[in-house]
Every structure is written in structure tokens, then in C-alpha cells.
Design a protein around this ligand. Structure first.
Ligand SMILES: CC(C)(COP(=O)(O)OP(=O)(O)OC[C@H]1O[C@@H](n2cnc3c(N)ncnc32)[C@H](O)[C@@H]1OP(=O)(O)O)[C@@H](O)C(=O)NCCC(=O)NCCS
Length: 147
């Protein structure tokens, strides 16, 4: 992700989340040494289809954000971003990746379970904007080539 991508990234962010991240927040992630901020673009060229932000600190990665343009969903873009986060985290020394997801987010849950994540916890009312519960998921990264 580069600052020049942020117009497209923010347009996707705004239609994807009840409390979207700001431009300033994305800029911080672009500059943060231990953050991988990625964009997905089609091989044949074109605009940003999706993006992800993942931290790797010591032996743990944490997926903070992932979204795909509504018109590009269901084509594997989200899974491709997730796999790249996993590859980069593993390369940087992470042994596990963690994330939180809204309990009602069926599309995201389906993607995470398919990509090898397991349920490790639950936080009631975690999302203050909607009061939704969070499901905590985690995946071992010791065999990154398995994805
Ligand atoms: C979650 C998200 C990133 C997935 O991206 P994507 O590019 O559509 O993901 P993929 O195509 O790789 O796979 C998604 C899986 O969910 C399924 N899916 C897609 N849209 C769905 C929907 N509306 N309801 C249920 N399942 C859905 C797909 O069928 C696919 O599973 P399958 O291939 O086994 O059938 C995307 O839906 C999104 O941007 N959502 C809004 C933001 C968000 O919720 N981010 C996650 C925060 S934790």
C-alpha cells in the first residue's frame, strides 16, 4: 500500500465497515515498521480490489484489517490477501496469527475457517459501534507452505 492508493482504499473501507479507518490511520500503518499494509490489484492492471493490514511483533502476527471491493468479492481476492499476510508473517518469524471478527460476519468467518483458522475465544459486546460480539480466531504459521 502506498499513499497514492488511499483514495481507492478509503472508498472500499467506507462501504465495508460501520466505523471506517481514517486516511491518517492508514498512513500510520504504511509507515509502521512492523506493519504489512498490502493492496490487491488485478494482474492485467486496474484499480485496487482490496487491502489488508497485518502486524508481526516477535512470534505473533495480528490481522487488523482486510476488505475487498463489493464488486470483487467472492473471487478469492480476500483469501489471496490473507495468504500473503500469512507468508509475510511467517517469514518475519511469527508462529501464530490472530484476529477478531464480528460474530455476524458470515462471509469473513467462512473465509477464515477455510484458510485454517480455529475458534479460540469470544468477547461479548467487543465492538462498541454496534455492540456486536467478537469471535477470536487463530492459526498456526509453522507450516506456511500448507496454505
Ligand atoms: C470478508 C471479505 C474480505 C472476503 O473477501 P472475498 O474476496 O469475498 O473472499 P474470497 O472470495 O477469498 O472468499 C470468501 C468466501 O466467502 C464466501 N462469501 C463471499 N461473500 C459472501 C457472503 N455475502 N455471504 C457468505 N459467504 C460469502 C465466498 O463464497 C468464499 O467462500 P467459498 O469460496 O468457499 O465459497 C469481504 O467479504 C469483505 O470485504 N467484507 C467486508 C469487510 C469485512 O468484513 N472484513 C473482514 C473483517 S474481520
Amino acid at each position: 500500500m502506498e499513499p497514492g492508493d488511499l483514495g481507492e482504499v478509503l472508498a472500499i473501507e467506507d462501504v465495508s465497515f460501520p466505523t471506517p479507518w481514517s486516511r491518517a490511520l492508514f498512513l500510520e500503518e504504511i509507515d509502521r515498521e512492523f506493519s504489512d499494509a498490502l493492496v490487491a490489484v488485478p494482474r492485467e492492471g486496474g484499480g485496487v480490489q482490496g487491502y489488508s493490514v497485518c502486524w508481526t511483533v516477535a512470534d505473533e502476527s495480528h490481522l487488523l484489517n482486510i476488505a475487498v471491493h463489493p464488486e470483487a468479492r467472492g473471487q478469492g481476492v480476500g483469501a489471496a490477501l490473507l495468504r500473503e499476510c500469512i507468508r509475510r508473517g511467517a517469514r518475519a518469524g511469527a508462529e501464530r496469527i490472530h484476529l477478531e471478527v464480528r460474530a455476524g460476519n458470515g462471509a469473513a468467518l467462512k473465509m477464515y475457517y477455510r484458510e485454517g483458522f480455529s475458534h479460540v475465544g469470544f468477547r461479548r459486546g467487543y465492538y462498541s459501534d454496534t455492540g456486536e460480539d467478537a469471535i477470536l480466531l487463530s492459526r498456526d504459521l509453522k507450516e506456511p507452505d500448507a496454505v
